[in-house]
Design a protein. Structure first.
Length: 195
């Protein structure tokens, strides 16, 4: 039996160093979707990977999250995506994505979930004075930073750490752990375990 390679979409908004690691690991990325022009989108373009900018029309209170999510889901469907990996995507998405792709959306978060959910996970860990934090790869659900945990790794907080230095050390772990975990997930997906 010939197993088809699953089609992976990466959602990114920022500097895209995690995306870079995913591409560097040779994972089957069929499209990179960004919500704004960003380094991640340029990086994908330079790597010859199809890029879609599903541009967010507003960052204010009038932002229509549901309509935006529908536009994004349309783009994911157009590319016949099997699995979605969020890699620093800056827009919280609404139910339609999590319904249509339930159990097939992955995320990496820069803290040891369930500790320090949210946008400021690294800052919050530092402010709490913890001696160790880390990163978590999990299946994403409609509730932000919830969902079954697939992998976690600890990172020690150094006494002179700033938010930037600690985040960079966490990201250096994410750049290894996330591609590894995606690869395993895709292997299981091919075998039908996640369908
Ligand atoms: C990572 O720390 C990821 O966990 C968080 O956003 C960061 C993305 O980093 N969700 P980069 O833009 O890929 O460098």
């Amino acid at each position: 039996m010939v197993e088809e390679t699953p089609r992976l979409a990466v959602l990114a908004s920022g500097t895209g160093t995690i995306l870079e690691a995913i591409l560097g690991a040779g994972l089957p990325v069929c499209v990179v979707i960004a919500d704004r022009p960003c380094r991640a989108a340029r990086l994908a373009e330079n790597a010859g990977v199809p890029v879609e900018i599903v541009e967010r029309e507003s960052y204010g209170p009038d932002f229509d999250r549901l309509a935006y999510t529908h536009r994004l889901v349309d783009s994911v469907k157009r590319h016949q995506v099997d699995v979605v990996a969020m890699a620093g995507f800056g827009t919280i998405l609404a139910a339609p994505l999590f319904t249509d792709y339930a159990g097939r959306i992955l995320n990496t978060h820069p803290a040891l979930l369930p500790a320090f959910k949210g946008w400021h996970a690294v800052r919050d860990a530092l402010a709490a004075g913890v001696t160790a934090t880390g990163c978590t790869v999990h299946v994403a659900t409609e509730v932000v930073d919830e969902g079954p945990i697939l992998a976690q790794e600890e990172v020690i907080v150094e006494p002179d750490d700033t938010e930037a230095s600690l985040h960079e050390r966490i990201k250096s772990v994410e750049r290894r752990l996330y591609p590894e975990t995606i690869r395993l997930f895709l292997e299981n997906f091919s075998k039908g375990a996640n369908r």
